[in-house]
Design a protein around this ligand. Sequence first.
Ligand SMILES: Nc1ncnc2c1ncn2[C@@H]1O[C@H](COP(=O)(O)OP(=O)(O)OP(=O)(O)O)[C@@H](O)[C@H]1O
Length: 211
Amino acid sequence: MLTVTNLVKAYAGRTVLAVPSLVLSTGFHYFRGGNGSGKTTFFRTVAGLLPFSGAILLDDQFDINRDPVPYRLRVNYAEAEPLYPNFLTARDLAEFVGQAKQASSDQIHQLADLLGVQKFWTQTTGTYSSGMLKKLSLLLALLGRPRLVLLDEPLTTLDVATAASLFAYLRQLNATEGVSFLLTSHQDIALTGLPMTSTWQVGDGVIVPAD
Ligand SMILES: Nc1ncnc2c1ncn2[C@@H]1O[C@H](COP(=O)(O)OP(=O)(O)OP(=O)(O)O)[C@@H](O)[C@H]1O
């Protein structure tokens, strides 16, 4: 599903991550590591948000640099601590991202119901609690027909009932459409109830199997 080759990511000339080779099959993949170990940097790089050297290939077909538009159409990302312009509503953001991701309005409303975002649909994000921001970010990350969804700390601030609905839905997406997920969590990943295909340890600038 995802092939990473000779990835080197540096900030201002300081290398924080070097991944010579990483191959992930379809499924759920958990990336763990201490604060500042490079998990978010890796996710933002795979999401196409950060420049890097090396190659990232999705489904043996879409190269992040050679095919930037089809790649980004198929790879979605939810930030650990989402922030949005505080004058926009959930509806504004869902319409904007939904258009970019080619989502139907049925899908937008189904996800808003699933995650409970319809309760504050027309409220501006500047008035949201951290859990409300998290729910909106998860909704945005599920729009369209992604092949891969990157979820940075999906458990943080999410209430128990919404978390149960979310993770049941992710299982269904994986089982019926073959969607893959990369996750980080400082909490017990078993709380998601998801069957992890692989677990990786991020630290000292490298990513190694933790199994
Ligand atoms: N924009 C940036 N500019 C410079 N250095 C950065 C930047 N973002 C992250 N770093 C550095 O890169 C390293 C990895 O940070 P990253 O945010 O990827 O860690 P993380 O594993 O997600 O941490 P946490 O668990 O605390 O969220 C850290 O040393 C951090 O200081």
